[in-house]
Design a protein around this ligand. Structure first.
Ligand SMILES: [Zn+2]
Length: 416
């Protein structure tokens, strides 16, 4: 038989269980999936249509961005250096009211997807309004994505009547479920302070009934707890637990202002967390207790958040930042080591958004979401440890090839 693609002669960093690394490694791709991996010489007798030489390059799984608002790249640099409430209420919400429409959402989603693919991201988890147009951009680009229709108790782009917010989300999921194996529709409640308890419970019930991921910003700022009606002395995490929101199908974005008790609740309910260190730093929101969550076994993925609060979708710089932020926060250089950090941007991120059977590592049977990283560059030489090189030395511009579901979308560092 003749296979589709053999990527050969690279340093293969699989991110599979036990973190096997293969020198002079190769990955065999067939029908968009990973048929096998191993030493290049194990495949010398195989017939393949396309051979890709990865000599002096790292072969690794594509990165997973667990929290984006893709269309917000239209607001990159619009309002920087402001507190979150001022940034959101005085700048982002008015700009959204003026500029967000179906055409701009699709155009800027495509723009963000291009940025992500070029920087080695093969999967993202998004939430916004007019999400049908984000989905259209996903489908036309070939990236893999969870796309969540936004739910908020205010008039929103595409949903002028908040009473229709759940219906709009359900209609979106129904329309796009089973449309493509690369698109996973989802429901995204903006936050516990912009959604009532009725909205939260109805949206979560709808997500469960439809069998899709439920996403929500949680405890992003210290002030948030004062904005929620009816907490009755509960923490935000206790409140969400009391509403039945927390389970293995819920992605809690940010989770900055949570205490030890909250962390126990998150673990007990098997909820997942998306960590967005650069956004949290830029808006001075705080530092999420991520090393503690990881130690407890909570799946934590890495996200950039929207481009207006980052201001890019670059997961290489996000990894570098995440690793260093927690070291200085805890005055402990041993936390968030390079392996842990890279897991967060790959296999743990896949777990966080429920796609770990499909992507996040190079393993037989998973889809072929693979990138090549050229570290034969002054800023990355010498290499003692590939994880260290990827997290601390590599730059997104070192990505030379990006494959999603077996399709090459970036070659020689350029979009195909
Ligand atoms: Zn966000």
């Amino acid at each position: 038989m003749e296979y589709d693609v053999l990527i050969e002669h690279g340093l293969l960093v699989t991110m599979a269980e036990g973190l096997p690394v293969v020198e002079d490694g190769a990955v065999l791709v067939e029908n968009g999936g990973i048929a096998a991996y191993g030493k290049t010489n194990e495949f010398s007798g195989h017939k393949v249509k396309t051979r890709i030489n990865a000599h002096k390059k790292i072969i690794m799984p594509g990165l997973i961005n667990c929290h984006t608002h893709l269309p917000m790249s239209m607001f990159r640099g619009l309002a920087d250096d402001l507190p979150l409430d001022v940034w959101l209420n005085d700048h982002v919400f008015p700009a959204e009211a003026k500029h967000v429409n179906p055409e701009s959402v699709e155009k800027w989603s495509l723009h963000s997807i291009k940025e992500m693919l070029l920087s080695g991201t093969t999967t993202c988890c998004d939430g916004y309004f007019h999400e049908d147009r984000v989905a259209a951009a996903v489908l036309s680009s070939g990236i893999r994505a969870v796309a969540g229709q936004g739910v908020i108790d205010f008039p929103a782009p595409g949903v002028p009547d908040p009473k229709m917010n759940i219906k709009a989300a359900v209609d979106f999921v129904t329309e796009f479920k089973n449309r493509s194996s690369l698109l996973y529709p989802s429901i995204f409640c903006h936050s516990p302070y912009t959604c009532s308890r009725e909205t939260l419970t109805s949206a979560k019930k709808a997500a469960n009934d439809l069998g899709v991921l439920f996403q929500i910003h949680v405890a992003e700022t210290k002030n948030e707890v004062h904005l929620i009606q009816g907490l009755g002395g509960m923490t935000i995490v206790e409140y969400l637990e009391s509403l039945g929101i927390l389970d293995s199908n819920t992605l809690m974005v940010h989770s900055v202002w949570i205490d030890d008790n909250d962390m126990g609740i998150i673990r007990k309910n098997h909820a997942r967390v998306a960590h967005c260190p650069e956004s949290n730093m830029k808006l001075a929101s705080g530092i999420a207790p991520v090393p503690g969550l990881i130690k407890m076994g909570v799946p934590v993925g890495l996200g950039t958040d929207g481009c207006a609060s980052n201001n890019d979708h670059d997961l290489f710089s996000e990894m570098d930042m995440a690793a260093k932020l927690h070291k200085v926060a805890l005055l402990d250089p041993c936390v968030m080591d390079a392996r842990t950090t890279l897991k967060m941007a790959t296999i743990e991120g896949a777990k966080a958004i429920g796609l770990d059977k499909i992507t996040g590592s190079i393993e037989k049977g998973k889809r072929a979401d693979i990138i090549l990283v050229d570290l034969d560059k002054p800023h990355a030489i010498p290499m003692y440890d590939p994880y260290s090189s990827i997290v601390y030395s590599a730059k997104s511009s070192d990505v030379t090839l990006v494959m999603v579901d077996g399709r090459i979308l970036v070659r020689d560092g350029k979009p195909v």
